[in-house]
Design a protein around this ligand. Structure first.
Ligand code: SF4
Length: 281
């Protein structure tokens, strides 16, 4: 991208993840990145945000990681696809950042959520950060597409109090069309979490014309209900807040003409999840 296409923010804290952030790791060498990924000593973060009430229970600090292998057509934060757009942050600094808020998080029944991008691209950093903040009494939630769930051992999964799993579609072909990757690893991760009895929330984004097929949602809902560990489903209406990022990054955005779903459609999708016994929000 050319100069001046993005505003370059100064600090780790952002108002929200819709700030466009690029090239924050431009000075980091490839071998330093490889070492960081192997050890988890350093993470590459788009930003930290505070005060979230939509990324897990209570009020939460959210660490937004950089790096994602998927290319979802309706991704809101394509600047997080490239790990080098993330700011290199030492593990100790990330722990300190969360630690500043730990008392407030406890009072507000919240915790730390690590989201992305795809957080498990940096599995060593994520698990070390979770392990450290859990020792401080902070609740941990992992917001993930589940594709790299195999990177975590069963023992490491115990450091994750809650997994928030983004389900895009049940249909294998449609999944590849929507995300560029197969659905099976995500479903397998969900099955594994169920087998281990780990708490799970599901996220489902309603995009008119892309993820509103009634039959497909029925399959997705039946799968989620069959797991037995899904505590709630967050049904989220698509919005266009990320569109400007696609444009600024020079990416081909195919959803220019897609409107946010009407309330009736969102209600219908909620109803479909409720019909199989799941709670929706
Ligand atoms: S998985 Fe998330 S971060 Fe990755 S492309 Fe899809 S929506 Fe974007």
């Amino acid at each position: 991208m050319s100069e001046g296409q993005a505003t370059q923010p100064a600090g780790l804290l952002a108002k929200d993840p819709y700030e466009l952030r690029v090239d924050q790791a431009a000075d980091v060498t490839e071998s330093a990145v490889r070492t960081a990924l192997k050890t988890g000593d350093v993470g590459f973060l788009h930003s930290f945000t505070t005060g979230s009430t939509v990324d897990g229970p209570g009020v939460r600090v959210v660490a937004w990681t950089a790096g994602c292998q998927w290319r979802c057509l309706y991704c809101h934060n394509p600047d997080t696809w490239n790990m080098m757009n993330g700011m290199p942050v030492k593990l100790e600094r990330a722990v300190d950042e969360v630690s500043k808020y730990r008392r407030g998080l406890k009072v507000m029944s919240g915790g730390l959520t690590i989201s992305g991008g795809e957080a498990l691209m940096q599995d060593r950093f994520v698990i070390r950060l979770f392990t450290a903040v859990k020792k401080l009494g902070v609740h941990t939630a992992l917001d993930t597409n589940g594709y790299l769930g195999d990177r975590l051992t069963d023992e490491e999964l115990k450091q994750v109090d809650l997994v928030i799993l983004d389900l895009k579609t049940w249909d294998p072909e449609r999944h590849i069309y929507l995300t560029s990757k197969p659905v099976e690893p995500t479903l397998n991760f969900a099955r594994r979490l169920a087998q281990k009895g780990r708490p799970l929330w599901v996220r489902y984004v309603v995009v008119p014309g892309l993820t509103d097929d009634e039959d497909d949602i029925n399959h997705t809902a039946a799968f989620a209900a069959g797991l037995g560990n899904v505590q709630r489903v967050d049904v989220l209406p698509f919005h266009q807040m990320g569109r400007y990022k696609w444009k600024k990054l020079g990416l081909d955005y195919q959803l220019d003409d897609v409107q946010p779903p009407p309330i009736e459609l969102v209600q219908r999708v909620c109803e479909q999840f409720r019909a199989v016994g799941l709670k929706t929000y």
